[in-house]
Design a protein. Structure first.
Ligand SMILES: [Zn+2]
Length: 307
């Protein structure tokens, strides 16, 4: 199982969509939201169907739980509240063994992954849930070969993205995605990225990629990540990558960024709008708060809008 981690708006959805095109890989979207948004609210799958109407997910539910109706969503939520919180990461990272609650919560995910792999005929399933706390929980899952792709994007680009309005098409425009102030997203950026560093120090295979670098050469990026996932690629496997865009097939992402609905042409270009659009005071604030990690990841601290 390949877990795509990082703070939201760091590019995990795009990386997931491209990985999902590779043979032997099946992209599931943000499984962390499956319980509420799909089982409870019956939102749309990436294929466009309501979750209950999607054949892929119906078969996964049959195989994993003998039908989704056998999943006690209230129990999953209670377990999540008990174990999957950012404040629990230090305990999850130091414990010699996981609590029964951690193991029970992780087992719901393990069953979904195993069933999805079987239904899709895939060797690797991809969960782009992003949350570092969930990655720390899944470390304790039985029968899950956890490998983490830690997607990092310049904190100032992430901060700018969090200030923008984005509607959620799965709710037919009735709902907007959360927004954060730059100061708040800077603190979250530090905490989530540091948590993936901690996961790596606990022995979990973690491969860090910079989103901007990945977009500069997606072909090299995908070869690198497929190798990390243990999948061997042939040149024709990357033919969906064209000059400046990718050609995507229909996917069955359960939840996540609106890009999960894209079929056909997906532009592959860097979005550096923040360099001009993020006010300089906010840029300095985020640069100061995130300076140490930005530097550690190789980002230049002084960027002027004239550049
Ligand atoms: Zn579907």
């Amino acid at each position: 199982m390949l877990f795509l981690g990082g703070l939201g708006r760091s590019g995990t959805t795009l990386v997931e969509r491209l990985l999902g095109e590779l043979p032997g890989m099946c992209a599931l979207g943000e499984v962390v939201h499956l319980w509420q948004r799909d089982l409870r609210d019956d939102e749309r799958c990436g294929c466009g169907s309501r979750f209950s109407g999607c054949t892929f997910w119906r078969r996964v539910g049959d195989l994993a739980f003998n039908g989704w109706t056998n999943v006690d969503v209230a129990r999953v939520h209670a377990l999540r509240d008990a174990v999957e919180r950012t404040r629990h990461i230090p305990r999850l990272a130091t414990a010699g063994a996981a609590s029964p609650e951690v193991r029970e919560y992780a087992s719901y995910y393990a069953r979904v992954y195993a069933a999805a792999a079987e239904v899709a005929g895939a060797r690797v399933v991809i969960d782009s849930s992003k949350h570092s706390s969930l990655a720390h929980v899944l470390r304790w899952a039985d029968d899950v070969d956890l490998r983490v792709v830690h997607v990092v994007r310049d904190a100032r680009g992430v901060a700018y993205s969090w200030t923008k309005k984005v509607t959620r098409p799965e709710t037919d425009g009735a709902d907007e995605m959360t927004r954060y102030s730059p100061g708040r997203s800077a603190l979250l950026w530090n905490a989530h990225n540091a948590a993936f560093g901690l996961l790596a120090r606990r022995g979990v295979p973690v491969r860090r990629i910079r989103y901007e670098e990945f977009l500069t050469d997606p072909r090299a990026g995908l070869i690198h990540l497929a190798d990390f996932a243990g999948v061997k690629l042939h040149p024709e496997d990357l033919e969906f990558l064209r000059n400046g865009h990718a050609d995507l097939r229909v996917g069955h992402s359960a939840a996540g960024n609106p890009m999960r609905f894209t079929v056909g042409r997906l532009p592959l270009r860097r979005d550096d709008a923040w360099v001009r659009a993020l006010p300089s005071g906010q840029r300095r604030l985020v640069g100061a708060v995130c300076g140490p990690l930005l530097r550690a990841y190789g980002y230049p601290l002084n960027i002027t809008s004239e550049a």
